[in-house]
Design a protein around this ligand. Sequence first.
Ligand code: WTA
Length: 664
Amino acid sequence: MSTGKIESVLSEERSFDPDESFAARAQINGERLAALSRKGESDPEGLWADLAREMLAWHKPFTATLDRSRAPHFAWFPDGELNASEACLGPWIQKAPERPAILYEGENGDSRSLSYRELGEAVERLGAALRAQGVASGDRVVIYMPMCPEAIIAMHACARIGAVHSVVFGGFSARSLYDRVVDASAEVVITADAGRRSGKFVRLKAAVDQALELGEHPVRRVIVFRHSGEEIAWREGRDCWAHELTEAAAPGCPAEQVNAEHPLFLLYTSGSTGKPKGIQHATAGYLLHAKLTCRWVFDLRENDVFWCTADVGWITGHSYVAYGPLASGATVVIYEGAPAWPHGGRFWEICQRYGVTVFYTAPTAIRALMKLGDELPGKYDLSSLRLLGTVGEPINPEAWIWYHRVIGRERCPIVDTWWQTETGGIMISPVPGVTSTKPGSCTRPLPGVQAAIVDENGAEITEPDRGGYLVIRHPWPSMLRDIWGDSQRYRETYFGRFGNDCYITGDSARRDADGYFWIMGRLDDVVNVSGHRLGTMEVESALVAHPSVAEAAVVSRPHEIKGESIFAFVVLKSASAKEAAPSSKTDAMQQALRAWVDQQLGPIARPDDLRIVEALPKTRSGKIMRRLLRSIARGEAINQDISTLENADLVRQLTQPATDPQPP
Ligand code: WTA
């Protein structure tokens, strides 16, 4: 029965042509994009070499472009030298020293602005302090910070002296922090007393203290920024205040010129097993792609006010907060706090206050804000916005249309950007002003990105709408270089199956007849029902297209006859949840939703189980914790780390069949 095919049953017909007035001013036009794409097909190395010369300030120019001798570990521009922080900030410190580089807003309303000059000085002071503490080029430094300017300063200070930063998201538990510190063998941790979220303090220093009690570790220094003013415990001889170190350090901090391939950072991300992988990125290729995609995808320029809502603890906060937009000379907005705190209009209020021109966020945030209705954004002046972006998961067409209509006021192009921690920067995305968009599709690969869909033997699938493995068939400069300390896992996870040139993304996707890519979900999210492999995301999209449904997550569980069956967790919109509260009506709602999926996607996709819940378990970066839901659906013991769960009490609710949901 099993054909091994990944079947796609979702179809979206709407298409939006580029806005003419946007196109008239965009940096990339159709002709230029076509030329870049042609070159990317015929001579990718030549394309990347041209771009690397044009976009980066090299200390020592490269003469070789791509070294394949250690494939699948590739080296780009291998004899060039530069410093990532200097190449990023230096030109703007020279050209526009007083332009704001960072506009920061705290959850409690604190606001601060740092010019490029001030940012550069702060980076040098901390860089000098780190050097004085014995941190040398190549040493790993763990950064565990709130989303404040000092987090970015710390990243750049490391880069300035050639140290390898490893940012650990401030919402991770002491245990996760400990594991990462040990895996990276970091001797120095940079943190803050506490951060703020949803009106509460996030006690980071206390978590560091706790982490360093958990076992053996290499940490000899904990450098603490005073941020919230919270009282903290102190370990003499190990802990020191950042401000005392920077005051004591000698002025100036010459940038360490490193090889293009020198590791810039590690960033831990989860894979198909529980143990996180330390994704290792190199200096030049990474910076090139971060800067380049700011131009291609965000049409970013010097006078833009760019707000990417991601925390620096995630790759999006690396490429599109700390590096790409600053390398482009734009002003970045950062916000430390929860999206809807203390009111649901907070995001739109920030856009209005700082005159945000380009806004980049995740579908989950869009859906959460959409749930609050159209009136809230209507209260704010969003006329400064000219471009909207999304990242992190497939965006369901309903949320796309809402984003377009209510936030973009039908004026702003939307860029649905597909990429991963491993790819370093955006890979598949519309180029605004050129690409016509279809809600739910990330459209086409950027120039130089040879994305393809292949079957289980690695043969390209050319037939439209047939799902398969999404792969990248030629190395590119911002690709990961390794998994820290586990090269074998690197080779097996990403290159094992289809050869040394073919990077396996772990996602499934299809292409439509126009050559547009539609991401169907992680391959480990693919369900196989009676030999049909379905993307869980498609069932989710169908569910959220129902007028009563706010959010849905779909996982599979083993099924005696079908192999696997579909298990859906559904959050109703508030009005529908009130209506469905009595259990007799819950039953009716469950039946109606199952029939709806049947009708939308066909009986094959009809969920066998459908549980109505108050909320979905999500990490602080907004990703649905699917492994947790899988365990719940399968009735297994929950043994994964749920320390990043926004609402820990939710697990109790999810595990109890909610025939009687509490009205929210
Ligand atoms: C998913 C985030 C659909 C995908 C930058 C990928 C997406 C994983 C999109 C990487 C998108 C990211 N449409 N799916 N536009 N962007 N994904 O490493 O499954 O946190 O493999 O990087 O998110 O997540 P990561």
